[in-house]
Design a protein around this ligand. Sequence first.
Ligand code: ATP
Ligand code: MG
Length: 337
Amino acid sequence: MNVSLKEDVQKKYSDSYQFNNNKYSNEIIIEVDGLEKSFDGFKAVDGISLQVQKGELFSLLGPNGAGKSTTIKMLTTVLKPSNGDALINNHSLIKQKNKIKPFIGVCPQDNVIFEALTAEDNVLFVGRMHGMDETELKARTKYLLEQMNIAGRKKASKSFSGGMKRRLNLVMSLIHKPKILFLDEPSAGLDPQARRLVWDFIKELKKTGMTIILTTHDMIEADVLSDHIAIMDHGKIIAFGTSEEMKKDSTNGNILEITFHSEEEYANGLNELKQIENIHEIKEKDNYKLVVTFTGGITTFKREIITRLEAFKTLHFREDSLEDIFLKLTGRGLRDN
Ligand SMILES: Nc1ncnc2c1ncn2[C@@H]1O[C@H](COP(=O)(O)OP(=O)(O)OP(=O)(O)O)[C@@H](O)[C@H]1O
Ligand SMILES: [Mg+2]
């Protein structure tokens, strides 16, 4: 997969273009080219281009109003693009819209379920619309509802909690074994336990070879699930890569906070640290404390520190998070509007 970015960001993340691990195939299943959507002259999606490889999990991460849902709606043929096109499994969004529908599944941001029906009947209804074999449909419905912890309920789904409705909608979106699954904020409104259940479920789905595109404003979710992440803001993709690549390439890198017992220990420590190559910056703080930013892996760095320093009081490492990266790119937090 790769993504078209603004030139500076593109350069920074250029390593991302060369990945080729064996977790998913090299076959491109979605190719987006200059996709744009305007509402009364306002560009909700402002010319994005990206490629998704078959079998990978790709996250669009961004704050409210970034254009994530509008992108998903275009890719799933719900909204007509104002400009640009995309090839979904080799079919043009603009010219072959109806050929795309049979092999995609969509879980929209706002649940679409038939509230008068039970969970099972909702799923069976969708499966039948897709023309599934009845025996397979029934077995798969039972299995998936069990996985989502909503099997065996005889009541109409209008009595369900928000979290149960979300999990039901998730099952409905993939009952027909779509080749490509679009999940718009799959874990929105779920409590931590249900969120974990959904994450595990998505990980299992990925093992079946399904290509999954999800949107989220939750950096932990993106971090935990994704093969690749595109950070979206104001209708544009402003960064792209694996979570590790983004953290590694971030100018701040990883952070070490180290404290010492005495002036002498502090001075010796500072002297030793200055000789380590991949240190980006050392900030001297009060109370014999240093804040060190460095690039490269934490484990190797930690080993070097412990070998070099004779004495210190505390060592605390932390990684740049996706939140830090977003903040650096935009000057705002992911949750700010
Ligand atoms: N039908 C519409 N008419 C006018 N403006 C719209 C329409 N749909 C979306 N927008 C605007 O386009 C922008 C992008 O909206 P979109 O729903 O794609 O964002 P999002 O990234 O999914 O946000 P959220 O995290 O809140 O779901 C927003 O400013 C939104 O108000
Ligand atoms: Mg949205």
